[in-house]
Each structure stands twice: as C-alpha cells, then as structure tokens.
Design a protein around this ligand. Structure first.
Ligand code: HEC
Length: 150
C-alpha cells in the first residue's frame, strides 16, 4: 500500500464518518427536539389555579388512583374556600368551620359529594374526575386545617 493510497483511504473513512454524523444523526436529533418541545409545553402555558386549564393538567396527569387532597383543594376548592366566595367557610378559619364540623363528618361528606344549599356548594366542588373517596379525603384535609388550638 503506497503512502498516497493509505491517505486516500483514511480520507474516505473520514467522509463516511462525516456522512453518518450529519445524515445518520439528523432524524434522531429531530426526534429528540420534538420530545423536548413536548416536555416543556405544559409549564410554558400560563395557568391560574382553579381555572379550567389548570384542571385539565391535573386530570391529564392524575387520572388514575387516589388524588392528593392538597392538590384537589388547591385546584378546585381553593377557588371558593380560599377567600370565602358565596360565604363558603374559609380554609383554616376555625370559627367558620366549627358549626359545620358539629354536623358530623358524614354530613360534610354528603354535602361535598352531592352538593349543598342549591349547589352554592357544587357537587364534588367541581372536581368531576374526583371519586367520592377523593372528596372525603379533601373534606378531611379542610376539617383538619380548621381544628381549634389544643
Ligand atoms: C363554587 C364555589 C365552591 C367550590 C369550588 C367548593 N365549594 Fe365547598 N362550599 C361552597 C359554599 C358557598 C359553601 C357554603 C354553603 C352554605 O352553607 O350555604 C361550601 C361548603 C362546603 C362544606 C360544608 C358543607 C356543610 O354541610 O356545611 C364542605 C365540607 C365543602 N364546602 C367542601 C368543599 C370541597 C372539598 C371542595 C373541593 C373539592 C369545595 N368545597 C369546593 C362553595 C364552594
């Protein structure tokens, strides 16, 4: 093998490697780029808690198994119970919750699951995808936050 031939052979090898890097890597990079775009899509949207877009993110990500009560509260109940909309008992307000708690947990579960006072308290607090157990756990969460200091 002459020196000249060897060097053309290595040049050819370099061209082949270059070809693979450009054309072999092309489609793979596009797929990776799509995946990254898909991953950053949701956080890039501006969503306010309690609005339908926030609800759809929760439903999309947590549609199987029990839901986290704090997340259900923040996504649905907070819209009213965070500030007392329509005289709803405010989260953590001991006086506002005391007469409710006095009715007993079963009564509160019933109100939250099926709605209360002509749906001033809407059924399931508008969490359509919540199971009765999810709502009970969220009522527990609200009641726990409204216990009088020992
Ligand atoms: C659209 C506003 C709204 C949303 C959303 C909402 N609530 Fe309510 N809720 C109310 C109002 C108003 C009342 C008070 C009703 C009354 O006593 O007239 C109430 C009362 C309650 C009560 C007391 C019921 C009783 O029998 O005294 C519970 C428990 C409760 N809500 C739980 C929840 C839970 C859990 C969620 C979320 C899953 C939720 N609420 C979401 C408005 C809301």
């Amino acid at each position: 093998m002459s020196r000249k031939t060897f060097s053309s052979a290595s040049r050819l090898a370099l061209i082949v490697i270059g070809f693979l890097a450009v054309f072999g890597g092309g489609p793979a990079s596009a797929a990776v780029e799509d995946e990254i775009k898909a991953r950053i899509q949701h956080p890039a949207e501006v969503c306010v808690m309690g609005t339908p877009c926030a609800a759809s993110i929760v439903l999309a990500s947590v549609n199987t198994g029990p839901k986290d009560p704090q997340m259900v509260y923040e996504t649905f109940c907070f819209a009213c119970h965070g500030s007392g909309v329509n005289n709803s008992p405010v989260y953590g307000n001991v006086e506002a919750w005391a007469p409710r708690i006095a009715k007993g947990m079963d009564a509160l579960y019933e109100s939250a699951i099926n709605g209360f006072n002509n749906n001033a308290m809407p059924a399931k607090g508008l969490c359509a995808d919540c199971s009765p157990d999810d709502i009970k756990a969220t009522v527990d969460y609200l009641v726990k936050a409204a216990q009088p200091a020992p």
